[in-house]
Design a protein. Structure first.
Length: 237
């Protein structure tokens, strides 16, 4: 059994170099849009959705903070907002929203776009959301339920990213994760790095995957062996 994690896409199509047949699970970390390069982002997003439709049990599509502004949290626009694609993005995310999710849990690991911190879990308690009775699987299920219900506290932004609150699962900054990462194993995107990177914490750790701007490396997980490795996939392979 072999799983691959694909970091923030931002319109790039280097994910196409992956031989999907070699993997039992393919997890996209979100941020499919709003790249800085001149790419055919719309076609790329359509092809990612088609991949999910053709492999519904193999492909997982997480939602990133850039995706939010076109459907789930359209009241907050980011500095990068693609006007020429906006209506098409809105149409696609609305039409296929059931195929996107906030988090994914399996084999004692939680995949979520930006990460979960202890401080954000405490922040959520102030709004009546107490996660203390949940194990990690239950936490993931509840987060997805809150996302489906449109819970606005999920979109909280911390000071490190220009907000006033605590960075939530779409906005947690690396500085917040390093000092307050929740006590379980996470795989995250959102924070740009030069290559896949792993940080250990006292009761868990987090693996960072948002490196496709700099390299064509991906985290590959083999659940039965509980092993992780970085895999370089040649573009155009």
């Amino acid at each position: 059994m072999k799983w691959i994690t694909i970091g923030d896409i931002h319109g790039r199509d280097n994910w196409k170099s992956i031989d999907i047949a070699q993997y039992d699970k393919v997890i996209f970390m979100g941020d499919y849009v709003d790249g800085r390069e001149e790419l055919d982002e719309l076609k790329n997003l359509e092809e990612i959705i088609d991949l999910k439709l053709n492999h519904p049990n193999k492909v997982v599509l997480l939602v990133g903070n850039h995706d939010l502004q076109y459907h789930w949290h359209s009241s907050k626009r980011l500095r990068i907002y693609k006007e020429k694609y906006a209506l098409d993005y809105q149409r696609l995310f609305k039409q296929y929203e059931e195929h996107f999710q906030l988090s994914y849990f399996a084999f004692e690991h939680l995949w979520v776009h930006a990460g979960i911190t202890i401080r954000w879990l405490q922040f959520m308690q102030m709004f009546g959301h107490d996660f203390s009775d949940y194990n990690t699987r239950g936490l993931s299920q509840h987060l997805n339920h809150l996302f489906e219900q449109g819970c606005k506290e999920l979109y909280s932004v911390g000071k490190a990213r220009g907000g006033l609150d605590v960075g939530g699962p779409f906005w947690a900054d690396i500085s917040e994760l390093k000092v307050s990462a929740a006590p379980f194993y996470q795989v995250v995107g959102h924070n740009k790095i030069e290559q896949p990177t792993h940080f250990e914490t006292e009761r868990g750790g987090f693996r960072m995957a948002d490196c496709l701007t700099h390299c064509n490396q991906f985290w590959v997980y083999q659940p039965m062996e509980l092993s992780w490795r970085k895999e370089i996939i040649a573009i155009g392979k």
